[in-house]
Design a binder for this molecule. Sequence first.
Ligand SMILES: [Cu+2]
Length: 381
Amino acid sequence: MRIVELLLYVASFTVVTRGESEIITQTYVSEFFELKNGHMIFTKTEKTPVDMPLGDYAITGFFGEIVDENNNSVPLSTVYTHHWVMDNDVHSNKLCNGPEYVFGIGAESRNSEVNFPAGMGVHISGKRYWGANLHLLHTEGLAGDNPHKAAKECNECYYAPTKGDECKPHRNGTFQCCGETDYKGTVGTCPLAKTDEDPNKSGPSYALRYRLNYTRDVANTKSLEIGVITTPNCETYYEVYRNDDEPEHLSSTTFQIPRDMTIYTAIGHQHTGALNISMFKNGEFVCASYPTYGTEEGVAGNEKGYLVKMSGCINESTGPLVLKAGDSVRLDAYYFVGSHDPRLLYSDGTHLNVMSYMYTAYAFDGDAKESASSEMYMTPQ
Ligand SMILES: [Cu+2]
């Protein structure tokens, strides 16, 4: 038994050379969380420690997905990965007064591995605390005639009286109707087809399996900062409503660049219903991240009707985006809000709790290495 575990552990650890530095790839598994039908879990980073390398290193890439007790990939139609994000005790998002994480991603995670350009990485030094915010929803066995509608309303945080005391009708579409205080998956549920489940019978458990690429050759790795900008106005989430006259909903936010900086990696994060998210520099189009929708029901990585991938906006192949103090960066995010979305298994035009993020890895240019100040925030206009 221990030997098998040891073999698995050794097999998950590889070393390759990329450019000058050795890159280590290590796979980890988070703790397992029991998640019965309809249950939601929303772990707090402060209370959910996760394994990371010890000592000094630079993160060069990451990947993650949800697995079951047998270490098998779990399709989004069984457990929806609203998001999984990892944060440490020293990181802060200096671009937006909004989402806080160093790495992580949502439902698209299985097809959207992120690697920073060769020779660059996020420097981690000293003894750091790392924690995970896992937001998972088990959407099997839900009430209603249409399981796809039921899953949509569960995943999009619709109000339901079964979702706990925090979920009130006026909080329709908020994290409070998505298990925000549910650290153990026990507070509330999405409405269930049958509620007579034996409460003493345990349910299946799930974990985040994540893979980190990193190097110990920190001295030869250019230091990247991580920041996430979002529209509208650094909001965590928003909602879009059915509009058959104008079926492409746009959210747009412009940021003023406070200091010379270069963005080396940018990738969008959006939810089901999204059309794309794009970046503009001083009004000129720079790049867009496009979603891919799955086409096979219940197949992990290609789940029909789910957003399963986001393409990169800026990466090693596109080259970096160089910005000067005073430049503007505009984020435009589109969602399809027509009644019938042929990409999805159920649609009515409206999507609650959608996100439009651009995850970025960047460096400030020049010698301005002074400590964090509010001036370092990009200011939405
Ligand atoms: Cu999200």
